[in-house]
Design a protein around this ligand. Structure first.
Ligand code: FAD
Ligand code: NAP
Length: 337
């Protein structure tokens, strides 16, 4: 397959940011991947992989090859008590959730309506409403940049953490996922601990899988802007996890600061910190902070990645000054202004 040249990437990112790729290829068949990797390496070109573009900030011209992962396919392998579901990387995550629900294979209900592709789900270990991919992942298959051939990584190899994985560190931009395998169950075990779910279920103490999925879907639709009408990339910052000492000091000054125990400290919702610094609903030219959800930055059109990142830097600087907490970007940035 010969890549296209000078391709506009605006349609390929949910922030609708202007950017171009020097070379671009849509990969519909995993077998084409080693050849494309080899093509880029032979020309010393950097590689960027895109799924649905819902967790990236693009800017300027990408000087190498951009690959859009578009391979499709799903297969159920029955195992005791449930199934292993093998899914091609280009499948749409939300469609997978709906299909599993129809197949009565459980475990993904709380992850409904997360935008993007299946292949991107392990990159930040997607999570919502008390469930994360790590709870369901069996393994991934993909091509490594260094070896130019297909490899399988177990869930443990992926080192999934809080919105984190090996694909954000040692294997960052070096491993291209072609297939994800999930462990799903015949039995439905509801996860109902997040605020809003019980009230959306109207007090039903024993909801079925469809009811929980519907409750999460309607909560998300009521709170989150649709990128098709207000371009965004979901949460722009990760929720920081801080140590007990800093938390105790902050709690004295801000008794209403929400917090949740995390494996290595205390998680504080970044949205609360951003809101407290007065950023919620503010707009600076073509970019701004959503009026209902302070973690979501919006591109109103005619702006660019540099403007959005400048806004994110200003927000993070205010949070650092006021709370002594460093916010980390959740989306990955590609290109230079
Ligand atoms: P992209 O944005 O295309 O890529 C993201 C990163 O993954 C890039 O670094 C890219 O190189 C890499 N990548 C993509 N595909 C592959 C592949 N096949 N192999 C190797 N690397 C790959 N996230 C959550 O965790 N929970 C949420 O509840 C949530 N809600 C969201 C709501 C909205 C409205 C939006 C816009 C985003 C939300 N997100 C959420 C973020 C986003 O949807 C997820 O991170 C999603 O997994 C990104 O998928 P994508 O295909 O769009 O990835
Ligand atoms: P919310 O329910 O208003 O909660 C605010 C924050 O508090 C969330 O970030 C959540 O952390 C944390 N939290 C709430 N209840 C918790 C509990 N019982 N245990 C541990 N942590 C708890 O959040 P929201 O903004 O409406 O989002 C709802 C869910 O969708 C969250 O899980 C969120 O992560 C997910 N979401 C993610 C994105 C994204 O782009 N990453 C975008 C939209 C929504 P967690 O974020 O760690 O869950």
């Amino acid at each position: 397959m010969t890549p296209l040249e000078q391709v506009d990437l605006r349609p390929f990112n949910t922030l609708a940011l202007p950017a171009r790729a020097r070379y671009f290829a849509r990969v519909e068949n995993a077998a084409e991947l080693p050849g494309l990797i080899h093509w880029a390496r032979a020309r010393s070109l950097p590689l960027m992989v895109l799924g649905g573009g819902s967790n990236v900030v693009l800017q300027g011209e990408w000087p190498g090859l951009a690959l859009q992962m578009a391979m499709r396919g799903r297969r159920i392998e029955r195992v005791r008590g449930g199934a292993r579901v093998h899914v091609a990387a280009g499948e749409v995550w939300h469609e997978l959730v709906q299909w599993c629900l129809a197949e009565r294979l459980h475990g993904l209900e709380n992850l409904t309506l997360i935008p993007g592709t299946v292949g991107a789900a392990p990159i930040q270990n997607i999570g919502a409403y008390g469930v994360e991919l790590a709870d369901r992942l069996h393994s991934v298959r993909g091509c490594s940049l260094d070896q130019e051939r297909e490899l399988e990584l177990s869930a443990a190899d992926c080192r999934l953490g809080y919105r984190d994985s090996i694909f954000k560190h040692a294997l960052r931009d070096r491993f291209y996922i072609t297939e994800v395998t999930l462990n799903l169950s015949d039995e439905f075990l509801p996860v109902l601990g997040y605020p809003g779910i019980s009230s959306a279920l109207e007090g039903n103490p024993e909801p079925g899988a469809e009811q929980v999925e519907r409750a999460v879907r309607s909560l998300r639709q009521s709170k989150l802007p649709d990128p098709a009408t207000l371009p965004n990339a979901g949460s722009f910052f990760k929720n920081p996890v801080i140590d007990a000492e800093l938390f105790a000091r902050l709690r004295e000054r801000y008794p209403d600061m929400p917090s949740f125990p995390a494996p290595d400290g205390i998680k504080v919702p970044a949205a609360w910190l951003v809101d407290r610094c007065g950023w919620k609903g503010r707009r600076l030219g073509s970019v701004g902070v959503h009026a209902q959800q302070a973690l979501v930055l919006i591109h109103y059109g005619d702006g660019n990645g540099a403007e959005l990142l400048a806004l994110a830097r200003d927000i993070a600087a205010d949070v650092r000054e006021r709370f002594g907490i460093a916010l980390e970007l959740e989306p990955t940035v590609y290109g230079t202004p």
